[in-house]
Design a protein around this ligand. Sequence first.
Ligand code: AMP
Ligand code: MG
Length: 400
Amino acid sequence: MISVAEGQSRILAEIVPLREIEPLPVARSLGRTLAEDVLAPFDIPPADNSAVDGYAVNHDDIPKEGKARLRVIADLPAGWVFDGVIERGETVRIMTGAPLPKGVDTVVHQEITEREGDMVWIQTIGAGANVRLRGEDVMEGQRVLTAGAQLRPQEMGLLASLGFPAVKVFRRPRVAILSTGDEVTDPGQSRRPGQIYDANRFSLVGLVREVGCEALDFGIVPDVREELRSRLLAASEKADVVLTSGGVSVGVFDLVKEVLAEIGGIDFWQVNMTPGRPLARGRVGKAHFFGLPGNPVASMVTFLLFVRPALWKLMGRRELEPRRFEAVATATIGKKPGRREFKRGILTFNGRRWEVSTTGPQGSGILTSMVAGNCLIILPEERGPVQSGELVLVEPFQQP
Ligand code: AMP
Ligand code: MG
């Protein structure tokens, strides 16, 4: 029996990031890992400009108190540059985003002005007010993004604002997903007595896509040695990672480990956790292999704990730790010292603090616990029951 932490570190030690670079339009780069540092080719904003609609003035023309009257010599919309110089006693009407002309340093927002034909009354305001300075967001030459960053909507916007139509990212890992078991059949097919519809392949396809990898559906394989062998080999030729569920627990038809021993290499672990004790990891051909337990909750939880960080590392991500924090248990949670347990929890913010309770029955086949829940409640090996009011560690299902 190995601990969760040991399983995780053994898996990560085997993973080498893919590092195959591909260019992609920025608009399609969401969730990808940046493959290169990005340096700003110019300042943002590129020039001092107005933060409001108003009148651009020389601060020396503004009275310490009361009002002053200035001559309006031009109208300056965003996207246009005023070539001339603004002399003392003059002003231009300026729109948000328009570059400041020479001779002015301050913008008086429209709300505190009064227009009279060609003239405008302005009130006192601080020097430099309402001006966005050149380079105040980004300076030319600055490293704005570093390789390994995950591209979120804001990174996409920043890249575009720096004039880049495309970006270099790492290729997405391809992950083949198979279900095993004579009892498992596809939704849409008729179901014989004793058969169940496949849940895991669909949950795993979703998880793989959520992580940002490409999911390849390799269907259901019956517990027949030759079929399992040929399907695993076919999957390994198309994918960087092969993921199966079922067939890793001890049983007559549990062939995954035998076949894997022939066509790749396999470690077969008992992990000291609930749900999801049995776990296989190894290689099929050039692909990494993970054999997850068949019970639907166990396959999802073991994916989150062992496969997701491996995929993150393959993707070139720097951040391999899931987001976790403490929440207050609002009811007792049963637990015996011994295994590390991952309960499904409902996490809510009550306006002051995070609170969590379990979803109800916690069997490893109770998939509705994942549906009702929004987080894992992580209870370390040594701890016993949790009393209401105690702090527990939680990990939201959706990770940024
Ligand atoms: P196994 O690991 O193959 O012994 O399966 C453990 C349990 O999970 C059994 O009750 C299986 O019927 C069930 N199971 C295995 N694969 C799936 C699947 N793809 N979808 C839903 N349940 C499954
Ligand atoms: Mg099975």
